[in-house]
Design a protein around this ligand. Structure first.
Ligand SMILES: NC(=O)c1ccc[n+]([C@@H]2O[C@H](COP(=O)([O-])OP(=O)(O)OC[C@H]3O[C@@H](n4cnc5c(N)ncnc54)[C@H](OP(=O)(O)O)[C@@H]3O)[C@@H](O)[C@H]2O)c1
Length: 327
């Protein structure tokens, strides 16, 4: 699998990077630990060399599973994790209420001393002595961005992190960070049905050599085409309340996907593979963070780059996407 450098940092992301949010269980209706570990190991076996996680994914569960999955083969992978979302202390900027595990108010908290403390916890959870890419999960508007970045400078000097990045930041916010520290990457949402970053974020990152590792490229599984408008989600699966998964939108997306099926078949690919392949072909996209719940999904996703979409294919896909209107 091809790897690409993140900014000017020593960190490289495999073009398909394993995304470990769903395996944390929270907001995804639970997790199966054995299958989650198998998914990560199958991904590594197929050449995926980077894994993205966060302490808030299952409040430590995702990081712990990543640590267990890579035990004995830590040097084969680069671990990307995050900081700045806290469910244990009511401090910073209120973000949302999580209903699971007894419920918690989640705050954006990117204060320097909290980041230093979170880093130690993540190192322990991941059972490792270094984090390859340490990212601010969401901007905390109660903390000056310079203070947040100072924590990264300190952790970098101490050898605890190899590189620093941000997630869900605007171009202006990234600009402010870059005055203090070379930001290796941005992690924004991006998929065939959610293309907002094309207007300003992607051009900004290309011009300024900031890597872009996009999240939810299959729009949380919707773009695999497996959901019917009547789908009933497991308890605690937040997709039930997600705009993209409302019955009329599932219907419209499925209609678009049906028109893409012949192209997928032509390349002997599944829809999931076509969608991932298209995502990483978009100008300015460094890598796609792709979630998988089990080894079968992981293998399918890792096989997404076995074919090349021609310019004509890309044009045909674009025209289908451009005709889609969601509620
Ligand atoms: N920075 C942020 O704020 C942020 C936000 C979101 C995500 N992320 C990162 O991006 C990663 C990927 O995003 P995501 O997990 O939201 O969405 P995604 O990659 O678009 O979708 C992943 C989900 O789709 C389903 N799926 C995956 N492969 C499949 C296949 N081959 N066939 C059928 N179903 C399949 C699985 O769920 P089911 O089997 O349950 O359907 C899986 O959990 C996350 O894990 C996380 O690392 C970051």
């Amino acid at each position: 699998m091809q790897t690409r450098q993140l900014g000017s940092s020593p960190v490289r992301a495999s073009v398909i990077t394993f995304g470990a949010w769903a395996i944390g269980g929270a907001m995804w209706g639970g997790t199966d630990e054995r299958k989650a570990i198998e998914a990560i190991r199958a991904s590594i076996d197929l050449g995926i060399t980077s894994i993205d996680t966060a302490p808030v994914y299952g409040f430590g569960k995702s990081e712990e599973l990543v640590g267990r999955a890579v035990a004995g083969r830590r040097d084969e992978v680069q671990i990307f994790t995050k900081f700045g979302l806290r469910g244990d202390i009511a401090e910073g900027e209120y973000f949302f209420h999580l209903n699971e595990d007894g419920g918690a108010d989640v705050y954006r908290n990117a204060r320097k001393e909290r980041i230093i403390e979170e880093c130690e916890r993540s190192l322990k959870c991941l059972n490792t002595d270094r984090i390859d890419l340490y990212q601010c999960h969401w901007r905390d508007h109660t903390t000056p961005v310079e203070e947040t970045i100072e924590a990264l400078v300190e952790l970098h000097k101490a050898g605890k992190i190899l590189a620093g990045g941000v997630s869900n930041f605007t171009a202006e916010e990234i600009d402010a960070c870059r005055k203090v520290f070379p930001v290796a990457s941005l992690q924004p949402p991006y998929s065939m049905v959610f293309r907002g970053i094309e207007a300003d974020i992607l051009p900004y990152c290309r011009t300024n050599n900031v890597g872009v590792i996009v999240y939810s490229p299959m729009q949380r599984g919707l773009l695999t085409g497996k959901f019917s408008p009547e789908h009933t989600f497991a308890e605690g699966d937040s997709r039930a309340g997600d705009r993209f998964f409302q019955p009329e939108n599932i219907r419209r997306v499925n209609r678009m996907l049906d028109e893409m099926r012949p192209l997928a078949a032509e390349h002997k690919a599944t829809l999931a593979q076509l969608v991932i392949n298209w995502t990483v072909r978009q100008p300015g996209v460094t890598a796609a963070l792709v979630g998988a719940r089990d080894a079968a999904q992981a293998r399918e996703n890792a096989g997404a780059l076995a074919f090349t979409l021609s310019d004509a294919d890309l044009g045909a896909i674009d025209s289908l996407i451009n005709h889609l209107v969601l509620e």
